[in-house]
Design a protein. Sequence first.
Length: 370
Amino acid sequence: MNVAFLYIAESYQCYHSAAIALELAKCDTINVTSFYNDPETPHHLERVRAAFGAPEMDYRAMRRSWPTAAMQSLRILGMFKDMVLRDNARELNRYDAIVTVEDTVASARRLGITHPRLIYLPHGCGDRARGFTDEVRAFDHVLLPGEKSAQRMLDAGLIRADNHSVIGAVKLETCAMLPRAGQPLFAQKRPVVLYNAHKARGLSSWPRFIEPMLEQFSAQDRFNLVVAPHTKMFRRRAQSVRDRWNARSNATILIDTGSDACVDMTYTMAADIYVGDVSSQVYEFLVTPRPCVFLNAHNIDWRDNPDFAHWHLGDVIDDPRDLPAAIAAAPERHALYRARQEDMAARSLGDRTPGAARRGADAIRNFLCP
């Protein structure tokens, strides 16, 4: 049986599923090939493979027709995933199954990829509506980290009781295996605040908060600040733009627009206080309950909206002028949120015992070979 792991989007998604591919490849009757669209993907796949001490794997760059290549050369416009899928439909049709962490692969059937069974593993365990769209129905089997996502998808009719498996958060297991540099993030030891902004239009706090935040942290010496927005925010920008932002780092502020540390939980593990908007990385931070502050930059009526369930895990502010006081108060106020954090993290991240990747591989094998 031939199984394709499909990395059709940016390379950060490797950390959510590459370990499953390594486990599945241990089966003598299954051949695993990893196809990628982003040229940076093999670097990250190799990081994961080396961390697990696994044998070499088969990585293949996806074919791109000249129109697709021309469009992708306009980096800021994105990965043109549907065009790439169409370019590779004949090759992918030779496989028995496709495993993907990208819901846009739901378009595979209308693009001519009709033979493989489609298996979906969402890249993250957050609350945004974007993770619970009708595209999920197009997949033959869905692998989910925790009961929270499973129940919400069941309630919405996106999955059935017999076509999903709850396996735990593979990224947590993967990132725990990666070697760490060891040196501190800052020369001066202070509590570390992580600002993790998403790029989602209409939700991101970046345009309204980043400049006041940098000014506020430059004028104090109580905290260190890591600014590590979602990697897609700068992934499509020119290197010169990224360099200008990174160069604004100083003794108390580290700005990182896209290194490996932005995608491998380096910062969520190192931080003491989380500041953010709608990224699912908040649940990676809450593997260990810690203080959070959430930024409502668009005056959203969020309190009874399940898309913002994580905003009940810390204080929420909507004015940048309130940020210093909210961060200073966060450690003391954490007692108000700790129990809720523990409950939400458990339901979001699922089984945290070792073996999430193995459970994922077992679920795929059982689905393909009942």
